[in-house]
Design a protein around this ligand. Structure first.
Ligand code: COA
Length: 326
């Protein structure tokens, strides 16, 4: 069996910084409230870049770091809930801009778990021998899906993209175990509506329709804490490893308090969790890719290091991969 290894990472964040104080000028909130409830200090907000622009730049950077030509790619998967359009997919737009002529391309919708789900799908294609080189991107412009009058949501999110290049290897390294969970019974915890059904046969048009993110914050919080610790235990057991074997956990960057409690539940010291949500907020499918690229750039990752990537999000979805850096 082949194994999927990470050979490159990349990220792209819009230049525009929005601080908590900036938000306090728009809605009734404060730096103190946001920092103490979430750990977020600032986020990056698009001044016009769409999801495909951020995805392209993160993907290009990941290819450069991997030293791989775009034409060597077999597949591009873009995880996003804020695509430029329903059709074409962001992945197809990226394929064209990169010149990845041989690559198949599609988007994947699993909200903030998107990158982990996409890496799991990509790993399966590599393990079964179908593909050799796969670009996986998580990219969002959540700022276009925000109700900027709703202080309960608009303070949490930001825009950005993160990417990894996965390559087939004969050696047992890279992704060692993975797990995916979905629970549609909790679909009302986090919602972002698409177009309502409206045609000549529909008598009652939906007047309530709003194209913005809504959320049951406390339910999401409880779900997240439980699911992160459960998933960490799951992928450790599958890989026959112990907590002590893990160098870092890269959890979805939604809220510092979620990570703090999940670390306690999982019995892992908090300092093993990489944190950058203070600078970027929650960029949904992009957070884990952005974090990985920052860690890679800072040379924090050494061959043989074991990492767990763990995400959770709307659906509700959640998933984790355990990997050995190479
Ligand atoms: N600034 C100031 N006050 C705010 C506020 C803001 N940005 N947002 C909400 N409040 C107010 C509420 O209106 C409420 O006021 P009230 O008591 O007068 O009604 C009060 O703060 C408490 O709100 P509550 O929702 O109970 O706060 P909380 O302690 O649950 O924290 C979250 C709210 C959103 C920070 C928290 O629930 C959370 O992080 N949940 C997870 C969300 C998440 O990560 N989503 C993405 C997952 S992928």
């Amino acid at each position: 069996m082949k194994h999927a290894t990470i050979i490159g990472t990349g990220r792209c964040l819009p230049e525009q910084v929005m601080t908590n104080d900036d938000l306090a000028n728009i809605v009734e909130t404060s730096d103190e409230w946001i920092t103490s409830r979430t750990g977020i200090k600032q986020r990056r907000i698009s001044t016009g870049e769409n999801t495909s622009d951020l995805a392209y730049k993160a993907g290009l950077r990941a290819l450069e770091r991997a030293g791989l030509e775009a034409e060597a790619l077999d597949l591009i998967i873009c995880a996003t809930i804020t695509p430029d359009s329903f059709m074409p997919s962001v992945a197809c737009m990226v394929q064209e801009r990169l010149g990845a002529k041989r690559a198949a391309a599609f988007d994947l919708s699993a909200a903030c778990t998107g990158l982990v789900f996409a890496m799991t799908v990509a790993t399966s294609f590599i393990e079964n021998g179908m593909f050799q080189n796969i670009l996986v991107i998580g990219a969002e412009t959540l700022s276009k899906a925000m109700d900027w009058t709703d202080r309960g949501t608009c303070v949490l999110f930001g825009d950005g993209a993160g990417a990894v290049v996965l390559q087939a290897s004969e050696q047992k390294q890279g992704i060692l175990s993975m797990h995916m969970v979905s629970d549609g019974s909790k679909q009302d915890y986090l919602c972002l509506p698409a177009l309502p059904v409206s045609n000549p046969f529909v008598e009652k048009r939906d007047k309530e329709f709003t194209p913005y993110i809504s959320m049951k914050g406390q339910e999401v919080f409880k779900f997240a804490v439980r699911t992160i610790s459960d998933l960490i235990k799951n992928v450790l057991a599958k890989a026959e490893l112990q907590v002590e074997d893990v160098k870092y956990v890269v959890a979805h960057q939604a809220n510092y308090r979620i990570i703090e409690q999940a670390a306690k539940f999982a019995g892992i010291p908090l300092d093993k969790f990489f944190i950058n949500l203070d600078r970027y907020g929650n960029t949904s499918a992009a957070t884990i890719g952005i974090a990985l690229d920052e860690m890679n750039e800072k040379e924090m990752l050494k061959p043989g290091d074991k990492l767990i990537l763990v995400g959770f999000g709307g659906g509700m979805t959640s998933g984790a991969v355990l990997l050995e850096w190479n």
